[in-house]
Design a binder for this molecule. Structure first.
Ligand code: UDP
Length: 360
């Protein structure tokens, strides 16, 4: 056998078959693009409750490859079992879940069911079908009001709403699972504030209704969907009085998942790890508004209002564990995040589907 042929064979052996739950969502779709770009095989399961089938077309447009797609809720054991039976997965990356803080306060049953039962179904099926690795989407929200910044992974849990509580309980559940099933390894990635979009402007964040998060609100003001931004408080103990957060480009975040997959592949005995994914830098609301205006040339009218219930002054990550363990760090700066968020919004003023009601 000549050299190039054996290299080709080796490469084929290294292709990973990865189940991505919630792969049509904001972070999921960007991660699928990165996985496909490097040659991994991806199967998406998504119930499209907060996304569109169009995302799969868009992923294909960017990568030239179409991931297999199944429309199902992850809590549906028999639908999920069919998928596990059909594929011999190497990895699961579990993004699917409900994620609106305010809604979680109003609908705790929905949040506890969607966010906890789904993980339980996945672990049951992983144990049954011998899938040994899972990356779980966690969130900096599990820290609540931090004792100190930058926040390290060993900081105590202190979530302040049902959404954050479901993330915390999932982490505890997964830790218990790894203790009982030594073959299974888990990495929980705690995301800080993902913004930005793929540089093509073809995929991006598409919130339903009035955006809860800052960047989509800013881009909707910029495109003219909303008149002005409401800045929730300017009397925090920060450099300009507005809240400080660790904004991270969604493509950097996506690449953090690839680094986590590679880590688990090289360290199948990793058991259980929790790792922050952020930039390690904090910017205020007004820093973000100013940078957005600088890079786009668009003024963002804003008004200072009352603080939002539960908001904290400052939150940014200690990112040394991600760097040391995964060899990963965020590359894109705030300007790039603003540019890419704006490209997505201006190319897709109404998101994937505007006001269409059916799942297209
Ligand atoms: N924020 C704001 N107006 C908005 C949305 C958010 O002033 O319309 C502020 C919010 O108080 C916080 C920051 O922007 O200081 C980031 O909020 P986001 O909801 O995006 O993230 P999280 O608070 O969950 O970290």
């Amino acid at each position: 056998m000549n050299n190039s042929k054996s290299t080709l064979q080796r490469k084929r052996v290294n292709i990973l078959k990865i189940l991505v739950t919630g792969g049509a969502g904001f972070i999921g779709s960007h991660t699928v693009v990165e996985l496909l770009d490097r040659g991994d095989q991806v199967v998406i399961v998504d119930d499209l409750s907060n996304s569109h089938l169009k995302v799969v077309d868009r992923i294909e447009k960017i990568t030239g490859k179409r991931p297999d797609f199944f429309l199902a809720n992850i809590c549906d054991f028999s639908a999920m079992e069919k998928v596990f039976k059909q594929y011999d997965f190497d990895f699961v990356i579990h993004f699917a879940g409900s994620k609106a803080v305010g809604e979680s306060v109003e609908k705790p049953l929905l949040y506890y069911r969607n966010n906890l039962e789904s993980t339980w179904v996945l672990i049951e099926l992983m144990a049954k079908y011998n899938v040994k690795s899972i990356i779980f989407s966690s969130s900096a929200t599990v820290y609540g009001q931090p004792d100190a910044v930058p926040i390290i992974e060993t900081s105590p849990y202190s979530p302040t709403n049902p959404y954050g509580e479901t993330k915390m309980i999932n982490e505890l559940f997964l830790k218990d699972v790894t203790a009982a099933y030594p073959d299974i390894s888990v990495i929980c990635l705690r995301y800080f504030n993902p913004i930005g979009a793929h540089e093509s402007g073809i995929i991006g964040e598409d919130p339903q209704g009035i955006p809860n998060n800052l960047m989509p609100f800013i881009t909707q003001v910029a495109i003219g969907i909303r008149e002005e931004l409401f800045v929730f408080g300017n009397n925090f103990d920060t450099h300009d009085g507005t809240g400080v957060r660790d904004y991270i480009h969604v493509v950097d975040l996506a690449k953090g998942h690839l680094a986590a997959v590679d880590y688990l592949k090289a360290n199948p005995d990793a058991s259980f790890l929790i790792i922050n994914l952020g930039t390690g830098r904090g910017y205020s609301v007004l820093d973000l508004v100013k940078t957005f205006s600088e890079v786009t040339g668009i003024e963002i009218p804003y008004r200072i209002t009352e603080r939002r219930a539960g908001d904290i002054a400052t939150c940014y990550a200690d990112v040394s564990l991600a760097k040391d363990l995964l060899g990963w760090e965020a590359k894109f700066d705030l300007k790039r995040m603003c540019k890419d968020s704006w490209r997505w919004q201006s190319q897709n003023p109404k998101g994937y589907c505007g006001n269409c009601s059916q799942k297209e």
